[in-house]
Design a protein around this ligand. Structure first.
Ligand code: SF4
Length: 356
């Protein structure tokens, strides 16, 4: 047995946690059954995203793509549109690429084999463990930041959870804790405890079903765990975004490159203003896209925070002097058509400047 586990009575801990889960689990749409496709989609959506935000997206996504075959056969732009607003769009692209692989290589049956499942795009160690345990009832750990926080407190583990290699230690610990009889409920119970009771700030220790097993509580060090090294401050990148209208009242939009950040999504033209300043917006757009503008007007500003950086966006409106658009990256579309393209959240938020 691992040294970290020598102070815990694993059997009673499992029993206390599972009894609490049985009586307190939230009624969530992906808990209706153990269909691996439904579990998979939910786990991808829940990465970096709150449950309350995911629920309506999940319902619409499952109605639009009820099976792995439907998702595999869909147009990428349709999938991105369904994901619009959820952020981290590479999740949607990887999910669809993996769905195509499941259809092509596994006849549409999601593999219950750890190696095969882990080789699919977008399925990392956590998601693999979650699908194997929740859908297939296999005793596999599913360790994310939430589970590391809970486990670090219960077992008083003070390794830095910001260090990637530390996850392996937690996986080994959780593997020992999972009961063979019900891995599905056990992993979900750990996650649920982290979401409802053992929260990052002000955990509800007095109401906690596993308080009797918790070494951090016993030693009065709950507030010091988990240990997490500070992240570097996010880099701020300023852009001017220009909402350009053509003479016939259409709007100029641009498709982002097919790789990298927000790949293949649509946006309003963005001008890097870090070095050149705002005076050069019109000349930059002319040089980059051949767009001749007039009536450039400042209308607002907003920020968008990504994992590693922040976009600081200053928003302008402008008119195009010439109806013709030569650059292949751009399109001029009507206000109605604008709604059918997938946009990142920051650009969706700007639409009210041009649409009543
Ligand atoms: Fe978390 Fe407090 Fe429960 Fe320990 S007693 S598991 S710190 S909520």
């Amino acid at each position: 047995m691992l040294r970290t586990l020598q102070y815990i009575d694993i059997i009673t801990f499992q029993r206390d946690l599972l009894e609490w889960y049985d009586q307190n689990k939230r009624d969530l749409p992906w808990r209706d059954n153990q269909d691996p496709y439904r579990i998979w989609v939910s786990e991808i959506m829940l990465q970096q995203t709150q449950v309350d935000t995911v629920i309506p997206y999940y319902g619409r996504f499952m109605a639009q793509f009820p099976t792995v075959f439907d998702l595999a056969a869909a147009e990428e732009q349709t999938v991105l549109k369904a994901w619009e607003g959820l952020g981290y769009y590479s999740r949607a692209r990887n999910l669809q690429a993996a769905a195509k692989e499941v259809v092509a290589s596994y006849a549409g049956v999601i593999p219950a084999d750890p190696k095969a499942l882990g080789s699919l795009k977008g399925i990392g160690p956590y998601t693999k463990g979650a699908i194997l345990s929740i859908a297939f009832n296999m005793p596999e750990p599913a360790v994310d930041g939430n589970v590391m926080r809970v486990t670090s407190r219960i077992l008083k583990i003070d390794d830095d959870i910001g260090v990637p290699a530390v996850r392996k230690k937690f996986e080994a610990v959780v593997r020992e804790l999972i009961p063979e009889s019900d891995p599905s409920s056990f992993n979900q119970a750990l996650m649920e405890l982290g979401a409802l009771v053992c929260t990052p700030k002000n955990p509800l220790c007095t109401l906690c079903p596993v308080q009797a097993h918790c070494r951090a509580y016993e030693a009065n060090v709950v507030s010091t765990l988990p240990v997490k090294s500070k992240k570097k401050p996010k880099k701020k990148i300023p852009y001017a975004v220009v909402l350009i209208q053509t003479a016939s009242g259409n709007h100029v939009i641009e498709q982002r490159p097919d790789a990298g950040l927000l790949a293949n999504l649509w946006q309003f033209p963005m001008v890097p203003v870090g070095e050149v300043g705002n005076d050069h917006i019109a000349s930059w757009l002319y040089q980059e896209y051949g767009l001749a503008l007039e009536h450039l007007k400042h209308v607002g500003a907003l920020k968008h925070v990504f994992t590693h950086m922040i976009w600081e966006l200053t928003v302008y409106t402008a008119d195009l002097t010439d109806e013709t658009i030569y650059d292949k990256r751009l399109k001029a579309v009507t206000s109605e058509a604008l709604q059918t393209y997938p946009f990142p959240v920051s650009h969706q938020k700007m639409m009210h400047y041009i649409i009543e």
